[in-house]
Design a protein around this ligand. Structure first.
Ligand code: NAD
Length: 427
């Protein structure tokens, strides 16, 4: 009997296909394949909200725990119109592999509410978030499932959920979720964590390939949270950042851009959502298109904006020898095939951008201890974990002559499968 699943949800279907593909390569026991292609738990909740006009709207919410083999499930809560139970299942599975590969003691989870958050007033959003929090509370906990922010949620939503659940339980429990504001049980270092991880991967490649950072030219697509700190930290390591971009366009200088100045721009243009570099060409660089950035003369390319930018049309024009994926899924399978054939090394997203979830793990660890770490401790531990994770994937790829994505999948799945096997099929 073929027990393999498929889905008409693109995210779940892609996650399943990538998993089956790696499982076949590893000759994973079919019983483990069947177990790991299903979520351990999935709940659907209704979220009634009293709107400003007195009407009641019932939103649909979800929370999925794909795996708790390695530890409590971990994953964000997103608010968007396309959120569904199947999408959460696909994203939760990806979190399982990311946490496993990240070397942290977590399984994968995900949740969300199907809604358009831009159309809700602050009070409507608060009521919706608190009701959702109360309805998922039976499965949330510091040793069971630890939510975090995702698309259109942040520190405020986390505080509402935490406050609601703590009141229901009658005691204070900051470790039930992460992504809290820094001065309210959050962690110093989290803002830069994902970019720091991406930059660490690039520097590890340089070390292994004997490349001098001060001779490296780097292009960073997307100058948001991930891209800006990737650029800043690589510049601090001596590299030349030749191109950056946001939705206002791309900015190029073959002799290197003034990244500190670019930070001034994004901090003084906060209201220009996504277009904060608008006008940056005045700072001694040329304004070019995103396609020009992707094909510019550079050694490293860090796509840190949106998915799918390196695809069957753009991949052949990429001149970089190394790509470090800061964004989720910036390279399509067709694009990756072209890069593989051209000998370009791609550090896959769930290895390169794991700094975020590793940072969340540090926040949880500090909350459990009731004792904050210094920023320096946080950064040092993050870089050490990223180096270890990178090394494991790099060494396996070299030994088995496979690309980094294949190596990452095999390493991630193996750790979870081994634990499921060791603990017994029914966890
Ligand atoms: P962000 O919103 O802070 O920044 C996104 C940047 O990309 C902005 O500068 C925006 O202008 C730019 N952008 C959007 N569309 C673009 C386009 N077509 N061309 C060029 N630039 C474009 O988001 P972020 O938090 O930096 O996340 C970026 C990516 O990294 C997303 O895929 C996200 O899922 C992923 N990611 C983020 C984290 C994290 O901790 N923030 C962790 C893991 C993965």
């Amino acid at each position: 009997m073929n027990s393999r699943r498929s889905s008409d949800n693109l995210i779940l279907d892609t996650a399943l296909r990538d998993f089956y593909d790696a499982a076949d390569y590893m000759h994973l026991d079919e019983r483990l394949v069947a177990i790991l292609s299903n979520s351990e738990r999935r709940i659907d909740v209704s979220v009634p909200v009293e709107m400003e006009d007195g009407s009641a709207v019932v939103f649909k919410g979800y929370r999925v725990q794909h795996s708790t083999a390695l530890g409590p499930s971990k994953g964000g809560i997103r608010y968007a119109m396309d959120v569904s139970g199947d999408e959460c299942e696909g994203l939760a599975m990806l979190m399982t592999w990311k946490c496993s590969l990240g070397g942290i003691p977590y399984g994968g989870g995900k949740g969300g509410i199907t809604c358009d958050p831009t159309k809700l007033s602050l009070k409507e959003k608060e009521r919706m978030t608190r009701t959702y929090g109360s309805r998922i509370s039976p499965i949330v906990g510091r040793w069971s499932d630890i939510p975090a922010p995702d698309m259109y949620t942040g520190g405020q939503e986390m505080v509402w959920i935490m406050d609601t659940i703590c009141k229901m339980r009658g005691h204070f429990e900051p470790a039930i979720l992460t992504g809290k504001p820094t001065d309210y049980w959050g962690a110093m270092g989290r803002t830069e964590a994902t970019g720091r991880g991406v930059a660490t991967c690039a520097l590890e490649i340089m070390k292994r390939k004997n490349l001098d950072p001060s001779k490296m030219k780097i292009a960073v697509d997307g100058f948001g949270n991930v891209g800006s700190y990737t650029a800043l930290l690589l510049k601090e390591a001596g590299a030349k950042i030749v191109a950056i971009s946001d939705t206002s366009g791309a900015y190029y200088n073959p002799n290197g851009l003034n990244i500190e100045k670019a930070f001034e721009y994004i901090n003084t243009n906060p209201k220009q959502k996504g277009r904060k570099l608008q006008g940056f060409e005045k700072e001694g660089c040329e304004k070019v298109s995103e396609a020009d950035l992707l094909s510019c003369d550079c050694d490293f390319l860090a796509p840190c904006a949106v998915q799918g930018v390196i695809n069957k049309d753009s991949a052949a024009k990429v001149k970089a020898k190394y790509i470090v994926e800061g964004a989720n899924s910036p390279t399509t399978p067709e694009g990756e095939k072209i890069l593989d054939d051209a000998g370009v090394i791609v550090v896959p997203d769930f290895l390169a951008n794991a700094g975020g979830v590793i940072g969340s793990y540090f926040e949880w660890a500090q909350n459990l201890q009731g004792f904050p770490w210094t920023e320096e401790e946080y950064n040092t531990r993050l870089v050490n974990l990223m180096k270890n994770n990178f090394g494991r994937v790099w060494d396996f790829a070299e030994a088995k002559k496979v690309n980094m994505r294949r190596s990452a999948y095999v390493n991630a799945i193996k750790r979870v499968a081994d634990v499921v096997d060791m603990r017994g099929i029914y966890l």
